[in-house]
Write a protein that binds this ligand. Structure first.
Ligand code: SF4
Length: 694
């Protein structure tokens, strides 16, 4: 029996774990005793990695389509044939249509190899690297970058109050922020939770606030109205470090608690109570989560929350929000090698400027319209593109228009079913890779950064190949052998500024931690300014104004809602969200794993008993959630924890290798946040009807 210490990649938290191997087979994944972040624990999905490893439905060899797209007719080919064919076609397409006609779409499952994909595409010459981040994290990051020039971390360890806004770390990061939040709670920190759904963390709160989905921006402006109106803001910080305070004063004048009650359905009394508690308890953190994503007004909502943190003087302070620098690895993406003058297909220039990424809806737009130019080939790598994208039906149809669709994944996904070439990926237990994801990695505290090595524990199943091997092999066949010598050589280049090498990092048990000196992190201990055009917190954003967006965080009603589309609401009276992100799964993955399926056997929609009774629906009954786009079948889960006019779908089921319906057939892809391109998957109109035979 052998123990391999590596890094779990069952979700984006990248926990250090021990893998127990017996006779060449993984028999157990467990925590590393005394580890700085996990304290020796591993979560349920981490444990289930052993079932993922030996899932009988895993792809084990490359496939070429031989029948009509989607017909399910394939022939087995070798990796050499597959790579030669893909590289040959990519070179042909570049010759005929330009490199920009090729898009590389990567998913969250392979976040640790995104820089190597950027390197490949920069060398090839295409500016079109795409992903789903418009649905997760990045829109909120844009709001904070526009305001502060960066995205600060909450200092849980020393805070006195946690305001969790659309954030349920007990599900999204149990071993990291979830545990840190509960430890803070145990030592007496106050907890306010704002969420349309009564979540696990809400059950621990001093105050729970239940706004209408998508109205959070108005609620934040209402809180600012109270805080500024009652003189509870931090005058010294505001005068010294903010830009545009007078305009915010003007803006929030209109957002009295009484007016905000009409918009958000939160009582004026509770708005005042929460605003006063948050502003007068110091230091405090305001942690926003994925619940604020997937609304058509997300960036300005994140801006309003950013203003709240600033005017209460909680930035750069011990126990508040701190600006943690990256670990300091070298950038190897070779951006300078990509020819200038080839524009990406993005319609969100600020998003592209910050991330160098485009979003799925822009890929679909280009496929459907041929504008701004035709897209001919798409590589979908570790991404459930058609399942996660809004309006899955449209996305799947768009994929069929491609000259070349290559999918590299663990399973035959909905996107893979319509591909030309399907490649079998290795799991994280079958390959080695450097892990250095800033912000997403397992840093134990707000003032530390992490890098570590994911190490191969067992041989790949069948002909499966690791994600980084695929990128390197493709790079070599496209003619860039000198830039894709070996992963270890590139890792060494990245690690050099830290005085580390791949070999040395392999020997660091549980990962390497960099402690940042206080002067780099805390404002009151150094000369830290803000990385904005004015060097201050931009309550009025110069960047957004320059790019033609509203420089103030004005509230805009969600594109589809009882207030913005009242006619549609007569037919579809409920506010729906494809919103429940269960902690035991990662996006669309793992629904088929037996241990996890035992806990969550099927997809469900949370619905208030009052509404259910009117529909003749009992707990567990089959229902359809119907929107103007399509409908999906799920089980009804009755709960008092949701408003009678709101329903929330636990999504992520419906992959062909698992079971259930794709949830995103009911979401809309056309109305989008003007800054981030986010669609309104968490605030659209729908109705629920009892399914036949239920
Ligand atoms: S939180 Fe994520 S990375 Fe950590 S053990 Fe669980 S699945 Fe693995």
């Amino acid at each position: 029996m052998e123990t391999v210490d590596t890094i779990c990649r069952m979700c984006g938290r990248y926990c250090p774990v021990n893998v127990i191997v017996e006779d060449g087979r993984v028999v157990k994944v467990e925590g590393i005793p005394g580890n700085f972040v996990t304290k020796g624990k591993v979560c349920g999905k981490g444990m289930a990695a052993v079932q993922l490893e030996y899932d009988p439905k895993r792809l084990t060899h490359p496939l070429r389509r031989v029948g009509e797209r989607g017909s399910g007719e394939w022939e087995r080919i070798t990796w050499d044939e597959a790579l030669d064919e893909v590289a040959g076609k990519l070179l042909e397409i570049r010759e005929e249509h330009g490199a920009q006609a090729v898009v590389y779409h990567h998913g969250a499952a392979i976040q640790h190899i995104w820089p190597y994909i950027q390197r490949l595409m920069n060398l090839y010459g295409s500016p079109n690297v795409a992903g789903h981040s418009h649905l997760c994290h990045i829109p909120r990051m844009l709001g904070q970058v526009a305001t502060y020039g960066g995205m600060p971390q909450g200092d849980y360890a020393k805070t006195e109050l946690m305001l969790m806004w659309g954030h349920n770390p007990i599900y999204s990061s149990l071993l990291h922020y979830g545990r840190q939040a509960m430890e803070a709670r145990e030592r007496g920190a106050k907890l306010i939770v704002i969420d349309p759904i009564f979540t696990a963390i809400a059950s621990k709160a001093d105050i729970y606030v239940q706004p209408r989905p998508g109205s959070d921006g108005a609620l934040a402006l209402g809180m600012l109205n109270v805080i500024i109106g009652e003189g509870l803001h931090d005058r010294e910080f505001v005068e010294g470090w903010t830009h545009g305070f007078d305009e915010i004063v003007q803006l929030v004048r209109d957002y009295t608690p009484e007016r905000v009650e009409e918009i958000t359905w939160v009582s004026a009394k509770q708005i005042r109570e929460v605003a006063r508690l948050y502003a007068t308890t110091k230091p405090a953190i305001l942690e926003e989560g994925n619940g604020l994503d997937q609304h058509t007004n997300v960036v300005q909502t994140a801006r309003a929350l950013a203003v709240l943190r600033a005017v209460t003087g909680n930035l750069g302070k011990v126990g508040g929000h701190v600006f943690r620098p990256d670990a300091g690895t070298r950038d190897i993406t070779l951006r300078d090698m990509r020819p200038e003058g080839v524009e990406s297909i993005t319609k969100n220039p600020f998003y592209y400027r910050v991330t160098r990424n485009i979003t799925t809806p822009h890929v679909v737009d280009a496929l459907v319209t041929g504008e701004p130019y035709p897209v001919k080939a798409l590589i979908v790598h570790g991404s459930a593109m058609a399942s996660i994208a809004s309006n899955s039906d449209k996305t799947l149809e768009a994929l069929k228009r491609l000259d070349l669709l290559v999918v590299d994944d663990l399973f035959m996904t909905a996107s893979a079913e319509v591909a030309d070439i399907v490649l079998p990926a290795a799991t994280f237990l079958e390959g080695s890779c450097l892990v250095k994801c800033p912000g997403a990695g397992p840093s134990p505290t707000a003032d530390t950064s992490f890098v570590g090595m994911m190490k191969s524990a067992v041989e790949p199943l069948g002909e499966c190949r690791s994600d980084i091997d695929f990128v390197f092999e493709l790079g070599r066949r496209l003619g860039y052998g000198e830039y894709f010598t070996s992963p270890e050589e590139i890792f060494d280049e990245e690690l050099a500024p830290l005085g580390l090498t791949t070999e040395r990092l392999m020997d660091v048990h549980g990962g390497w931690i960099k402690e940042h000196p206080p002067g780099e992190v805390y404002m009151d201990r150094g000369e830290m300014g803000f990385k904005t055009p004015t060097g201050k917190v931009e309550l009025h954003s110069e960047t957004l104004e320059e790019m033609g967006y509203d420089p103030l965080p004005r509230f805009v009603e969600p594109a589809e809602s009882p207030l913005s589309t009242p006619k549609l609401a007569e037919e579809y009276p409920l506010v729906g969200g494809v919103s429940l992100h269960l902690g035991l799964f990662t996006h669309t993955q793992y629904r088929q794993l037996p241990w996890l399926r035992e806990i969550y056997p099927r997809a469900f929609v949370e619905i208030n008993p009052e509404i259910a009774e009117g529909l003749g629906v009992a707990d567990g009954d089959e229902v359809y959630v119907e929107s103007p786009r399509d409908r999906m079948r799920v089980a009804a889960k009755l709960t008092e924890g949701i408003d009678p006019t709101v329903v929330s779908v636990a999504w992520g089921w419906g992959q062909p290798y698992a079971f259930g319906d794709l949830a995103n057939v009911v979401t809309d892809d056309e109305e989008r946040c003007p800054i981030s391109g986010s669609t309104g998957n968490r605030s659209f109109l729908c109705r629920v009807v009892k399914a036949e035979g239920a």
